[in-house]
Design a protein around this ligand. Structure first.
Ligand SMILES: NC(=O)c1ccc[n+]([C@@H]2O[C@H](COP(=O)([O-])OP(=O)(O)OC[C@H]3O[C@@H](n4cnc5c(N)ncnc54)[C@H](O)[C@@H]3O)[C@@H](O)[C@H]2O)c1
Length: 397
């Protein structure tokens, strides 16, 4: 049976789904997007990115105007595509528990639209065992659909570069499904890594846990240096200079965002909450805003001061505030300081932000919350707390 579309991306207006859909469409595939967010679908249909992603809007406009990309809120589009890629969000709850049912439930909701001969590709970062669960559910429903798990490993802000560069991990239990997943992702890259589904599920979580732990190590070393009145960034530069074995020691900074903590906690839950290093990393990374405020309160009478936070996104040059520790910093400071003013040139979703000039004029002390490049050379006549080392003036607090 023929299909009108090569691929439909379920969750295709999201931070991962949309760049992927654009990338496939840029390579000439006929791509559909199914997303439950009508406002985002409308924006994408008119060639507007719902969030910042370098290079994406031009590409989006190309593929929309050439009719290679068709977004809709109608789930029936799923029937039209040979490959159905599911990349919906998989957050942990307020107790840091993953919800292993999110992806299987979404697939079951789509069951009426799935057709024999399709390849269903799970691309969300899933709790280990979810691929097997989806396979069982589809088989119970009597659906003859191949299943693959092919995790996404891009970093936001580099999506449209990395989708064409990073090796793609593909996994499936039967060789036919594996070959089909391989062929699909060879549209994007030459390097394909084949794993078993259970290996691939862990590979994705290991990727993010590794990064989260590296940031935690940097942050703990930062606090250690700082407690001894030493500048971590000077030490780090000394360590990494022409020394490949430590070249990836990160700078200090708020390690946040929608993935790293969440996926480290998914891994901990998977291993019966036995992930000592993962939990230790959480304590360090999540504790950093508290540490900063504690240090500041020893030097300043915060209750009499207005503190300005420069940058509220979870990382530099991003508009994404999901799980940003700049907001934790704000919450702590609102309790301790006289007033707190926040600004960010990229963030559009927070109506409490004020213009940069107002923050600079009214604040007694500035803290860099996100390392946007524009803060590097900003002329200021107030003290700036810069644990990231954006300004090159030292990171001590
Ligand atoms: N953001 C990242 O940098 C990143 C990187 C790699 C992997 N991931 C993983 O990719 C997945 C998606 O993350 P994201 O950041 O793109 O999330 P997101 O919230 O930006 O996007 C998810 C999209 O799915 C849509 N959606 C939700 N439920 C749906 C449903 N039942 N049917 C159709 N559409 C639905 C939402 O409207 C949204 O547009 C997660 O598992 C995440 O862990 C994210």
């Amino acid at each position: 049976m023929g299909f009108d579309l090569d691929v439909v991306v379920v969750g295709g207006c999201g931070h991962v789904g949309l760049p992927l859909a654009i990338a496939f469409a840029e390579r000439g595939l006929q791509v559909g997007i199914y997303d439950i967010n009508p406002a985002a679908v409308e924006e994408v249909r008119s060639g507007v990115m719902p969030f910042d992603e370098p290079g994406a809007e031009e590409a989006l406009q190309r593929v929309v105007s050439s009719s290679h990309l068709r977004p809709t809120t109608d789930a029936a589009v799923v029937s039209d595509a040979e490959h159905v890629v599911v990349v919906i969000g998989t957050p942990v709850d307020e107790h840091l528990n993953p919800d292993p049912k999110v992806v299987p439930a979404a697939v079951e909701d789509l069951a009426a639209h799935l057709r024999p001969g399709q390849l269903l590709v799970l691309r969300s970062t899933v709790y280990p065992g979810v691929t097997a669960l989806v396979e069982r559910r589809l088989s119970n429903l009597g659906l003859d659909v191949d299943v693959a798990f092919c995790p996404e490993r891009i970093a936001e802000g580099k999506a449209l570069k990395e989708l064409f560069e990073l090796p793609q991990i593909v996994s499936a239990r039967n060789p036919g499904a594996l070959m089909r997943a391989r062929k699909l992702f060879e549209v994007l890259v030459n390097e394909i890594v084949e794993l078993l589904p259970e290996e691939a599920e862990l590979a994705k979580l290991y990727t993010n846990a590794y990064r989260y732990l590296k940031f935690a190590l940097a942050n703990q070393l930062y606090m250690m240096a700082n407690d001894f009145s030493l500048d971590y960034e000077r030490i780090r530069q000394g360590v990494i200079y022409n020394y490949p074995r430590a070249a990836d020691l990160p700078a200090a900074g708020f390690a946040a965002g929608p993935c790293l903590l969440k996926d480290t906690m998914q891994l901990a839950a998977f291993n019966n909450n036995n992930f000592v290093l993962g939990h230790a990393a959480m304590m360090v990374n999540e504790g950093l805003p508290l540490y900063v405020v504690d240090r500041l309160s020893r030097r300043y009478d915060l209750a009499t001061m207005t503190i300005g936070i420069l940058g509220m996104a979870f990382k530099g040059e991003s508009d994404d505030t999901r799980s940003s520790l700049a907001y934790k910093l704000k919450r702590i400071l609102r309790f301790k300081a006289g007033d707190v003013l926040c600004t960010d040139p990229y963030v559009k979703v927070d109506h409490n932000l004020v213009p940069l000039k107002e923050v600079l004029d009214r604040s007694d002390l500035l803290v860099i919350g996100a390392p946007h490049r524009l803060y590097a050379d900003l002329p200021v006549d107030k003290p700036v707390v810069d644990i990231w080392g954006v300004r090159g003036d030292g990171v001590r607090v």
